[in-house]
Design a protein around this ligand. Sequence first.
Ligand code: GLA
Length: 438
Amino acid sequence: MGPEAQAPNREAVSGSSAAPGSPGAPRVHGPALRRGVAMFVQQFNRKPRWITAAPGRVNLIGEHTDYTGGFVLPFTIDRDCYVIAAPGEIAGMSRIFAADMGTAEVGAAHGELWLADIRKGLYPLVGGKPPSGFARGSWKSYVGGAIDRTRELTTKAGGKALANVDMVIASDVPAGGGLASSAALELALAMWVQATSGVELAPWDVIKACREAEHSFAGVPCGVMDQAVVTLAQENHAIMMRCREPYKPVQVPMPASDKLAILVVNSNVRHALAAGEYASRVEACKQLETLLGALYLSDVDLASVENRRSEISEDQFNIATHVMEENTRVHAAVDCLKRGDLCGLGQLLTRSHDSLRDFYRVSCQELDAIVATAITHSGVFGARMVGGGFGGCAIVLCMPEVVESVSRTLRDMYRAKFSRDCSVTRVNPAGGAAVIVK
Ligand code: GLA
């Protein structure tokens, strides 16, 4: 079965509100919407009132640069996280059902149910911090953080207070796959908070609130790339952005789907060290900034780092090299997109992977094998790991004609080498977070 056939059964929902930047375009929905609505009806015995959606993303290039104030070039994909909700029916209690979490049976469905009084705040901060006994990094920490932080903004803006709710969350963005599943979740919730409170917030306020929620509640010191692209994306465009005030995101048209196929190859592994290693890279960049007297590592040029070579370790030098060269590659990639030079673009991606593997050291053998196999296949322009690393997904850019053959080659290699399956899906650049039904 090819990736086209593997792709979820997607449908266009008429009457849906379009993603920002694509007025009137019907949004194509994945199976999580149908699954989520069915679960809602089954769990709560009635129809939902609100549906919001927020997509996952692929970062074309500019990896591990956002938290150094550097450049990124992500686009959202046609895979969404959905929030499906209606006013609560049980006095003093919200029922929030996470359809993709845990394996516990809830009624006849799989998932986890959270019972809480949303009016009091899901995770009210104590002295600016989450309360004690709260499970940092759990799905509830993402949900509670995003709802509470967005609610602060809608309350300040004079919006209606949140009342208790019955809610199902279902997602087509694989968790832990390097496709920003957490930002998709945060932004789908933020869209719901806005819809139910009757207030439309400024996009950058929402982006920053959700990033802050991820820092304080989930404990991940992420950059701003994921929340920004999930909010601001326009269909068939990537966003080129410098990740620091004043941001100034620029929409960059992506090649048409008859010229370029974008495959997401999920290694289906997530190495346990992923979260700790991510935080340690962020910390290493901060130390370099202090040492080099720069506000942002991305402001420093490689020559200045070389001048201080004797004061920094080999590891630090490699980290700085990756960040600086990766920023240059982002600009080069934008030039390639403008010229329609897909071979040049592909080579930049492959060089980015080499750097993430050798200098930044955030890849793993599964991702390396996927990239190495892909780039030797004819018709492939380039490939690299995406997201934080240590598992998750790689992207492969190729000619549409070779999609079937590349996919088969990758699946065969992966099974033979790792005795497990990778999944290959063709994705398209999509729009941003949206309210589907309100
Ligand atoms: C994760 C983070 C992003 C970014 C990438 C690496 O996805 O959430 O902010 O740092 O890793 O580029």
